[in-house]
Design a protein around this ligand. Sequence first.
Ligand code: GLU
Length: 475
Amino acid sequence: MNLYVKIVTLVLLCTVIGCDAQDSWEKIQSDGELVVVTRNSPTTYYLDKNGPTGFEYALTRLLAEEMGVALKIETASNLNDLFAQLKDQKADIAAAGLTLTEGRAARYPHTIAYNQLTPQVIYVAGTFRPRSVSDLTTMNIAVVAKSSHADTLYTLQQNQAPELRWQEIDEADTMHLLELLKLGQADIAIVDSNEFAVQQSLYPRQKVAFDLHEEQDMVWYLAPEIDNTRLTIFINAYLERLKNNGTMARLREQHFGHTDGVSRISAHVFTQNMRQTLPLYRRLIRQVAKEYQMDWHLLAAIAYQESRWDPNATSPTGVRGMMMLTKPTARELGVENRLDVTQSLRGGARYLKDLKRRLPKRLQEPDRTWMALAAYNIGLGHLEDARVITQRQGGNPDLWQDVMQRLPLLQDSKYYEKTRYGYARGKEAVTLVQNIRHYYNILAWQDIPDNQPIPPLRSEDYIPNEIDNLQLQTF
Ligand code: GLU
């Protein structure tokens, strides 16, 4: 928006709402803090061992920084409470993966869209799979109370399917819906695509039946009955800038990207192993991670990716042990017996640490770790080749998101013939890193008691035979 348009908008808005109303921008500046109300969930805001994190948290923290004020996060236990806090001006903005709906827009000012998500119909594999809205009329549907999805169902009931019925769950986190499905207390849950992708690993039997609606805009809502003119212009320009300079894509990748490419079956096997095998090695993994000053969840995730936590794992190519070290690497690392769990874990941790140290200084975390992991698989030389290709193609060689798109090119003669180190199984390296990121996220999430309102699933309770057979075929 150019300056002229901004001024005209400002004048028009002043005429409509009256410029005597208190100005939210000034209030935030004089309080020295931006108050954001959100939901505690893995896609919005939660605490990990380094403190607060989540997509909405990252976005609003940057915003507060740019406004030169502190960020204060308030959480709401359900959407009713969330909008009540906004209405009572207890918060300046609501940032919680909220869909733009007509009803909300009539009551609350909002920003431009910063993300697009698809509402999905989720069912349990092995039960009846609905394929259209008319199939839903006989089913027990669960949605978050006061959610955009409840609105959508209402519209469908009015216009298309009068028999449609649903239960509204008064919780902020959609994990509760998936839990109902797991317990057999609902047949269907309606959930946004990113939320399902992130939570599915904990509910491996649940699947998307169909999209309830096309993609919808996510927006931030602002407190009503206050002059938001300046604040809205500032936030919209901020969001626009983040979209244009790639920050938005990077944050999206960081918070949701780890779910790409991990199949439902492997997620299912992981959850099962996490409960059965990991407890045998958790103490040791923690101890070794401490020795090498690394996050134990990461070491555990790598060990799982390499050997499924099997200390005796052996591949036909002669790679061995829990961390699957080659003979020369093991020798270099001083590992005498690769089948000794402690030695193997120490070797792997040290190898990763060495690789990280050898990467260019300017690589920032977490990209630095993801690149080191790719190098763990294909070596630093090939990683460097992929970074060179990335740069040549106009990408940023310091961002994992950009490099991971070029790694598979190392398998294509058009590219690898012109690189220094030649052919490499780049695609496999990407899969490995994405899997580790995914496992890491589940382990880290599970390990925070506050994030675990739901008892762990006892997978043996409900794994149907056909999935067990599939697992055997896959692994
Ligand atoms: N996007 C939903 C809303 O705005 C909340 C998330 C969900 O229920 O999946 O109401």
